[in-house]
Write a protein that binds this ligand. Structure first.
Ligand code: GCU
Length: 609
């Protein structure tokens, strides 16, 4: 009998590098299981994996691998809770990646699909190992060059689809709604124009003749200077439905993004409040979308900040399919330099109330049967730049499979699979990753304020970087107060939630303090539950954030003897950069408020004049 001893375990050690265990394993299809489900049993002389289909066998094999590494019992069953588990790449044809922090695209180079089959296959396996079953390979901001994926580059898209298929991963493409104009010089892209419809029909027929399991189109329209149906006097539903009706006979879908707001706002105009936009646009159209349209909604109503409430649209839509969009790449969350385990944040997103009974997790796999993550990988040797950022991709996949998993449970799988079974290593990496998000929040923009980042790069502090700009992301700090009143007496954003939530967020005593400055405009003298003034609390958090990072560095250094040198150096180098960043945030922001208020730190710590 094959025993599952250390050496077998070691051969499974790294979830990114291992080959699938095959020896001593009997795999059979059991049609009684869910299609993507599996069952694993340890029998006398072998391990049996049954799968509802080949996909189930793939997932079962990886589940075995995971359980061995985490030291869990082998016997188990599993099936995904959410049907569509999608990764979106924001990769551009020139090989750059929008908001990418791990090197260049693994798909594109010099304006074309130019890739290593081996690397893409490794990536497909990696995604399969965490249960992903769909990938969009190109950026939602589709340039004229990117639009050619529908035409000139289509044969190469087919080749990529062929690599992903054996791993149960279907391919989809982000499209530019103006493609008929961009690619063929048509006079319009009006979705109700019969010639435009005909043009899309031809494209879709061609795609399915080459890629029969093509999943569909992802569309960013009428958003951030990209055209869409509204520019033609039509509605979002008109645009999405035109494409959906063409895709439907082939089994394709349209992912229609809801990230639409006025990006030419006048900062003087306080009647517009950016987080309200998506709800205002899409709620009146609830029920007007074809059944194969999926509205893709970012978790927060602003834009992937360190802490936001959930988008009210996620719970409010009743008659339209939805996808929850999460950002795995760390755009506003440290750019894979600063340590930031997103699992803890996403656990909160799932636990966020929808009404007085349900939380978002209760809708997942039911009313919301699709989850999308913006990829954090590139061609860096370790895929994610910072090796610890792999935990975010892993957590995304695991939560997409089972949203009831906790952030901590997921880490307890990932750490031993990546770094082996040394208890000290596991415990210490667990500690710094579990604390990492709150640490980042402390030294950047706590209490739900967000932004204050350097313009464009979105890394490092610039308290007024976006304050007088067109993007609608204001904090309106002055000598006395900060924040925007988004209650029913202010911009009325809170009215977009279920009444029980409106009441909670409106009431300064019931509003979670971590979101206080998202919902309220407060004087610096406001007294927090811990008895400190808002300003002192703010100063304290900024000092603590830096101390946390210093502590992380010490913890990491103590692991040096137990870690592979490359991984150790990689993280240490980034932690040192993080410390610089944290100090910069602390000093810039503390000074910013000190200059406004003239109120020194109660503990007499250094705040620059
Ligand atoms: C953010 C991000 C952009 C991205 C956009 C989107 O605003 O900064 O780079 O294109 O989100 O989600 O479409």
């Amino acid at each position: 009998m094959r025993t599952l001893n250390d050496s077998m375990y070691n051969s499974y050690k790294c979830w990114l590098q291992t080959s699938l265990p095959e020896e001593g394993i009997l795999k059979t299809i059991n049609p009684l299981l869910p299609k993507e489900g599996y069952r694993i049993r340890q029998l006398n002389n072998h391990i049996s994996i049954e799968g509802g289909s080949n996909a189930g066998l793939i997932y079962g094999t990886f589940a075995l691998h995971r359980r061995l590494a985490a030291g869990h019992d082998i016997d188990c069953e599993g099936a995904p809770r959410i049907a569509r588990r999608v990764i979106n790449h924001w990769d551009n044809p020139d090989g750059s990646i929008e908001r990418g922090y791990a090197g260049k695209s693994i798909f594109f180079k010099n304006g074309e699909l130019n890739y290593s089959i081996e690397q893409v296959n490794d990536y497909a396996r990696l995604l399969a190992s965490i249960g992903i079953n769909e990938i969009t390979i190109n950026n939602v901001n589709v340039s004229a060059e990117g639009a050619k994926l529908l035409t000139d580059m289509l044969p190469d898209v087919k080749k990529i689809a062929d690599i992903f298929r054996p791993w149960n991963i279907r391919i989809s493409l982000a499209i530019n709604f103006e493609s008929p104009v961009l690619l063929d010089g048509m006079p319009t892209a009006d979705p109700l124009d019969p010639n435009v419809r005909l043009w899309w029909e031809k494209r879709v027929e061609e795609i399915y003749s080459m890629i029969p399991d093509f999943s569909g189109f992802l569309v960013k329209a009428d958003s951030e200077f990209i055209g869409g149906p509204v520019a033609h006097g039509r509605t979002e539903a008109d645009g999405a439905n035109m494409l959906a009706r063409i895709l439907a006979p082939f089994g394709g879908v349209v992912y229609w993004r809801c990230f639409i707001y006025d990006c030419l706002q006048d900062w003087r105009d306080s009647t517009i409040d950016r987080p309200k936009a998506a709800y205002e646009i899409f709620m009146p159209q609830d029920g007007l979308f074809e059944p194969n349209v999926i509205l893709q909604i970012k978790n927060g109503p602003c834009d992937f900040q360190v802490r936001e409430p959930n988008s009210p649209l996620l719970g409010a839509l009743k008659k339209t399919n939805r996808a929850l969009e999460l950002q795995i790449t760390q755009e506003y969350t440290g750019q894979q330099i600063d340590l930031y385990y997103l699992g803890t944040q996403w656990e909160e997103v799932f636990s966020f109330p929808v009404d007085d009974k349900l939380v978002l997790r209760d809708l997942m796999g039911k009313k919301i049967n699709c989850i999308v993550g913006i990829s954090n990988i590139g061609n860096d040797e370790n895929w994610t730049g910072n090796i610890l950022a792999q935990a975010n991709l892993y957590a995304f996949g695991r939560l997409a499979w089972d949203p009831s998993l906790t952030a901590g449970e997921i880490l307890k799988e990932w750490i031993p699979m990546t770094f082996g079974g040394n208890t000290e290593v596991i415990e210490k990496i667990y500690e710094i990753l579990m604390r990492s998000r709150e640490t980042y929040e402390k030294y950047t923009t706590p209490m739900g304020l967000g932004w204050m980042v350097n313009v464009h790069s979105h890394y490092g502090p610039s308290p007024e970087g976006y304050e007088y700009s067109k993007w609608g992301t204001y904090h309106r700090a002055n000598y006395k107060a900060i924040g925007i009143d988004r209650t029913s007496k202010g911009t009325k954003f809170t009215l977009q939630y279920h009444p029980s939530l409106t009441a909670m967020f409106d009431d300064i005593n019931k509003c979670p303090e971590k979101l206080l400055l998202f919902f309220h405009r407060l004087n610096y003298s406001h007294v927090m539950k811990n008895g400190k003034t808002l300003l002192q609390h703010y100063y304290d958090l900024h000092f603590e954030g830096v101390e946390d990072v210093e502590e992380f560095i010490e913890i990491w250094k103590s692991l040096e003897p137990h870690l592979p040198k490359k991984a150790y150096d990689n993280v240490l180098e980034r932690l040192k950069l993080q410390l610089k960043n944290a100090i910069e945030w602390r000093d810039v922001l503390n000074t910013y408020f000190y200059r406004f208020t003239g109120i020194p730190d109660a503990k007499g710590r250094k705040i620059y004049e």
